[in-house]
Design a protein around this ligand. Structure first.
Ligand code: FES
Length: 173
């Protein structure tokens, strides 16, 4: 008899907790429209627009060293010679990448023979003609590719990045 009463008390407490929990969850997920938009906006980064070079400075398949979005983030600017997805300029072949390996941050070197970036640490390889896609190795993400824009004078600007740069919690510090 006493045991049945305890079971009954337990059931009522369980149900009360469930109702309160559901009400709390509903309150947490329903935000006024303006507040929800403000939270989304905070998640977006303001990337600097940095002039990297002029088209006339580039030679096909010879990378130029750059730093983007700041001097502590080394990368390359590269004219590939054939149009690629995400490539800019009149030939659609100019791209830019971080050269910090996404695995452990070693600085990678460019191999002109197959247009790849190669890591001396544990030998990950990334395809510069395929948006920095990893083609071999330990890394678990593709290479950050920088978003480029070319103005009517042929000046090339970097204005964003599509992956997290190695060692950072945010690409823009
Ligand atoms: Fe590049 Fe490990 S640091 S593969």
């Amino acid at each position: 008899m006493k045991c049945n009463r305890l079971v009954d008390v337990g059931r009522r407490q369980f149900l009360r907790g469930g109702v309160l929990g559901a009400a709390g969850a509903a309150a947490a997920t329903v935000l006024p429209a303006g507040q929800a938009q403000a939270q989304t906006a905070k998640a977006m980064l303001d990337y600097p627009s940095s002039k990297l070079a002029n088209i006339s400075d580039l030679k096909v398949n010879e990378p130029m060293d750059i730093g983007y979005p700041d001097a502590d983030s080394p990368g390359i600017l590269l004219k590939l010679g054939t149009p690629v997805e995400g490539g800019v300029g009149p030939d659609g072949d100019i791209v830019a990448y971080s050269v910090l390996c996404p695995h452990k941050g070693y600085i990678m070197s460019y191999a002109a023979s197959d247009k790849t970036l190669n890591c001396p640490g544990h030998f990950s390889r990334f395809d510069c003609e395929k948006g920095g896609q990893q083609i071999w190795g330990h890394a678990t993400q593709n290479l950050p590719q920088f978003t480029l824009r070319v103005d009517d004078k042929g000046d090339i600007y970097a204005e964003g990045a599509d992956e997290l740069i190695y060692g950072r919690l945010s690409n823009v510090l």
